[in-house]
Write a protein that binds this ligand. Structure first.
Ligand code: SF4
Length: 473
């Protein structure tokens, strides 16, 4: 849940967010645009005057989950109205974009349906919804950019913050709805990104993750005219005082250019961890997916990245059972995983998204076959993740402390490779980077102890970082 703050607020807002970090960012910005209307965060939907369901269309059964939640909220809304009050219900995000008309027909108690490009218009929609009989629907791709209409004073995101720099996609992978729900690629101008980054740092952020569906395709207008690529943007961001760590996600292998790869070599604040989806290790399947690269192209990009930053760890996305995938294709994916080695990965069975090219393609793979392949693939990825986590034990490296841990006296932070790290320490370390020695690896986290020589530096010089880090498993 995200929201604005303010003691004097009269109304409460609850936002439920599904899906990716871009949706998390969008939810925060929707809270920002509603703050001037007096909306402050609510802990639960039941305690709210307005509920926004910010949806994701990528995963299976997104619409089913949405309608079941809407059924529950209908009861809450009726109870509120019976007591003389009200509850404004809004559906946002990619399901709203793709299935707005169906939502209005099947759930007429929804007041507002808005696509990801229109949330800057929420205050106006709320006003219209109070007068309208049916749902207010805004799912077009307006010519004006929502980023130009967002309040400058965003609520603090804490020590780690997201910053959307790019939206949309022109690549049209066979299985993906993003080009249809988020529209064409758009890059925010560099000056706007840098200004927002400075505001985030002033509000306490020490790590900023640049977000985009194709973040490394970013090519924003530069302050002096012309345009910059993401490598140049990172170089500018690295100059912002107090901004200790930089990350970016999600990248496409085709858009990893030389300057961006060099940024991993040159900038200590660019963390040695990259999410780089490959989806499959088979050239046949990659072509069917319209990915625009081969398995060897991906291997070459990884080689260049590791040459630039030998401590780099990778995460990725995999889809098994894309239409036409044979046992040999699947074996090629397993071989690629084996060769490259991943510190983490997301993996899914292919499932058809209406309106995408693969949905009607011949050669749909049987569910049982997809299940078996996914199990085998996840077992291999799990082994690699475990081995990577174990390989950190005994190392000392800088941790950015982000908040209190679950147990008394414990604080938690993030390793350079995005692993949660838990240790006993003073809360005054929160917001700072300090060296920690890892004593144990767990399934999804590390635990350790503070090391001598606490400091606020983003990390040891590259040379010593390299010396300490074994290659990912
Ligand atoms: S590049 Fe990514 S966002 Fe674009 S269509 Fe492919 S999977 Fe979807």
């Amino acid at each position: 849940m995200t929201g604005s703050t303010g003691e004097a607020a009269r109304k409460r807002l609850f936002i439920r967010t599904w899906g990716c970090q871009m949706n998390v960012y969008d939810s925060a910005r929707m809270a920002d645009v509603l703050a001037p209307l007096g909306y402050a965060p609510a802990e639960t939907a039941e305690a709210a005057d307005m509920v926004i369901l910010n949806t994701c269309h990528i995963r299976e059964k997104a619409a089913d989950k949405l309608f079941s939640e809407l059924g529950r909220l209908r009861v809450a809304k009726q109870a509120r109205e019976a007591a003389g009050g009200g509850l404004v219900l809004a559906v946002a995000g990619c399901v709203a974009q793709a299935e707005g008309a169906e939502i209005a027909a099947r759930a007429p108690w929804v007041d507002i349906i808005l696509g990801p490009q229109t949330y800057h218009r929420l205050p106006e929609m709320v006003a219209r919804a109070s007068r309208a009989a049916g749902a207010v629907i805004e799912t077009d791709f307006p010519v004006e950019q929502k980023f130009d209409h967002l309040p400058e004073q965003a609520a603090s995101q804490g020590v780690t913050a997201f910053l959307t720099v790019q939206e949309g996609c022109d690549k049209f992978c066979s299985f993906c709805v993003v080009p249809y729900t988020r529209g064409a690629e758009y890059s925010r101008p560099a000056a706007a990104v840098l200004a927002e980054a400075r505001r985030l740092v002033a509000a306490g952020a020490r790590e900023v993750t640049l977000l985009g569906q194709n973040v490394n395709a970013w090519h924003g207008a530069s302050p002096g005219g012309g345009s910059w690529g993401l490598g140049r943007l990172l170089r500018e961001m690295a100059e912002i005082p107090g901004l200790l760590r930089l990350r970016y996600t999600t990248s496409h292998p085709r858009d990893m250019d030389a300057d961006l790869i060099a940024a991993h070599r040159d900038l200590p604040s660019v963390m040695p961890y990259l999410h780089l989806p490959v989806q499959s290790g088979s050239d046949r399947v990659l072509a069917a997916m319209n990915r625009g690269h081969t398995a060897d192209d991906f291997r070459r990009v990884v080689d260049r990245l590791r040459e630039a930053q030998p401590g780099l760890a990778l995460s990725s996305d995999f889809i098994v059972g894309h239409p036409g995938e044979t046992e040999a294709d699947f074996a090629a994916t397993m071989a690629l995983i084996d060769q490259v080695g991943f510190a983490m990965a997301y993996s899914f069975k292919y499932s058809a998204r209406p309106g995408t090219p693969a949905a009607g393609a011949p050669g749909q793979v049987a569910e049982a076959v997809k299940d078996a392949r996914l199990q085998a693939l996840q077992a291999l990825l799990r082994d690699q993740q475990d081995a990577f986590n174990r390989s950190r034990v005994g190392l000392t490296f800088p941790v950015l402390f982000t908040g209190p841990g679950r147990h008394p006296g414990q604080i938690m932070g993030r390793s350079p490779w995005l692993q949660p790290v838990h240790l006993l320490g003073d809360r005054s370390l929160i917001g700072r980077v300090a060296p920690a020695r890892v004593l144990a690896a767990h399934a999804n986290s590390l635990s350790g102890t503070l090391a001598a020589g606490e400091d606020d530096h983003p990390g040891p010089p590259r040379a010593s970082l390299r010396a300490e880090e074994p290659a990912p498993a």
